[in-house]
Design a protein around this ligand. Sequence first.
Ligand SMILES: [Zn+2]
Length: 234
Amino acid sequence: MAKVVIFSGAGLSAESGLKTFRDSGGLWEEYDVNVVCNHDSLEKNEALTLEFYDKRRRELEFKAPNFVHRKIFEIKEEHGSSVAIITQNVDNLFEKAGIDNEDVIHLHGFMPEVRCRSCEGVFDIAYKKIEEFKGGICPNCSSKLRPNIVFFGESAPMYEKLSQELSDCEFLVVIGTSGEVISVNGMAKAAKYSILNNLEESESIDDTLFSKVLYRKATAAIDEIAEKIDEYLK
Ligand SMILES: [Zn+2]
């Protein structure tokens, strides 16, 4: 298990031009996120829901990783299994920066993947529309496929991996999350050393629990964070 955990949220990918829910105001382009991201969305609004994710998947093709993704790739290359990368983001920008998909714990799913609604088979379809992959039908069992994304109100199986990683975490780095969906206060309390890097304060985060607080863009903080990690692991 890793000593260092880098936990990230939407703020990290915002600098690559991906919108955050927060600045979407409940709407994402023309879609109401409560209609297309909810646990009953596939049941009630299937076509609209699949279309929404098709567009989100497609837009990833044209987004590039930023300096933070690339720097975290370097950190991971240097320190290997001593560093765990855990993200609430469903995009593939860490992977585009060169990190193996299996080295990134995507807590809320992974946009380039679809999943069978019955057998739970998972398939990487890159930037395709879901219907462009085997007609949207599972090649194993012929059931319908769905985005491999955790919708609001659904359980998130990767949370178990998160708690496993946190149980051994000594050094915590939090980047670009408001702490509203997953609380980071307890994580900071449990770690020996912790860094918080957000654009600004958040009501859900008690920043006095962190050893170091950097309120600035992640691209302007990551060098300092990388130095601290290097110092800790050397
Ligand atoms: Zn199946």
